[in-house]
Unconditional design. Structure first.
Length: 334
């Protein structure tokens, strides 16, 4: 007989919950193999032989977007919410951000394709620090892009990307959560225990349709607008070489807004380096270009809240400034 006032004994995971997680894992792995892992492996083999960037996109963007949409719907319907919170809800924001960054590493999506998944995580109750770290960690800690940089660019580029990326993803995401007022509850275990699970597999088609209807129009409209004004937004042509520090500041601020495909920062940074731009510009771009973009910021704003998005953009800008300084120091000594 239970004693009044004492918590109910913990129940083991149900068969349906375990099956849902297994289905989610298989679905996510298959989608990522199709859209990310296989193309990245092929490009790595190619670059290892040529040591030169071919100038083509690593993956078809539509494949990555499809993967992001399906995984986002699966997160909301196949993964029990208490399991999700048990993974991401930590007593410290830094710990939550670290877990979010680790989860982001194998999925390796660009900032726009990971935006639906980040929004789904937040709508499922995941803490801000973990969600922002997942959103930023996908592009910034992409191990394939780090390998690409090591194969076709000076080692200092990859070193700056990894060092600043880790700092932005972990410390930056925790700082965003604190600045935005999303504090971790004193007893995170209570939050996990009280969490209700999602709608279940039957809700998957509805969640997928809802996510697609919300995300795809926003993505197309904002990407079109950014593309139409990209020349004005990013005016780093030959005439900008004498700008010095101003060129780096332009790269940091405006590079944060541009949308690029996975690894698109590699040929862009190489082109500017060949054109005579200094290490500060390159160091800024290898951080800010992949980290976020205006389209991805719009896509996550509804779920994460505008203040969180603005603080995230500010953290990325700070990371870009740090990247510019760090690469300048490394190349001056090398």
């Amino acid at each position: 007989m239970a004693v009044p006032g004492t918590p109910a004994p913990a129940r083991g995971p149900g068969r349906a919950a375990v099956l849902g997680v297994l289905v989610f894992a298989a679905l996510a792995a298959g989608l990522l193999l199709w859209s990310k892992w296989s193309p990245y492996a092929a490009r790595t083999v190619e670059l290892a032989g040529t040591r030169a960037w071919a100038g083509t996109s690593v993956v078809a963007v539509w494949k990555a977007m499809v993967a992001g949409l399906v995984i986002a719907a699966a997160v909301q319907t196949l993964v029990p919410r208490r399991w999700l919170l048990g993974l991401l809800q930590r007593r410290r924001s830094t710990s939550s951000a670290l877990v979010g960054g680790l989860l982001a590493t194998p999925s390796m999506m660009c900032t726009c394709c990971t935006a639906p998944v980040a929004s789904a995580l937040r709508r499922s109750g995941a803490p801000t620090a973990g969600v922002v770290a997942y959103w930023l960690g996908n592009p910034l800690l992409n191990p394939a892009v780090l390998v690409f940089l090591l194969l076709v660019a000076p080692w200092q580029w990859a070193a700056v990307r990894l060092a600043v990326g880790l700092l932005v993803v972990v410390a930056g995401s925790a700082l965003v959560a604190r600045l935005a007022g999303d504090r971790v509850p004193a007893d995170a275990a209570q939050v996990v225990t009280a969490a209700a699970d999602g709608p279940g597999p039957r809700g998957f088609p509805r969640a997928l349709a809802r996510t697609a209807l919300l995300v795809v129009p926003e993505y197309l409209v904002v990407v079109f607008a950014v593309g139409a004004f990209s020349g004005w937004l990013f005016p780093l042509g030959q005439d900008a070489r004498p700008w010095g520090v101003l060129a780096a500041l332009v790269a940091v601020v405006l590079g944060t807004l541009l949308v690029i495909p996975t690894a698109g920062e590699v040929p862009l940074a190489q082109g500017l380096a060949v054109a005579g731009f200094g290490s500060a510009v390159v160091g800024a771009l290898v951080v800010v270009l992949p980290a976020v973009s205006l389209p991805s910021a719009v896509m996550v704003a509804r779920a994460l809240r505008v203040p969180v998005v603005l603080w995230t953009l500010a953290v990325v800008v700070a990371g870009g400034l740090l990247g510019a300084l760090l690469l300048t120091l490394l190349t001056s000594r090398g």
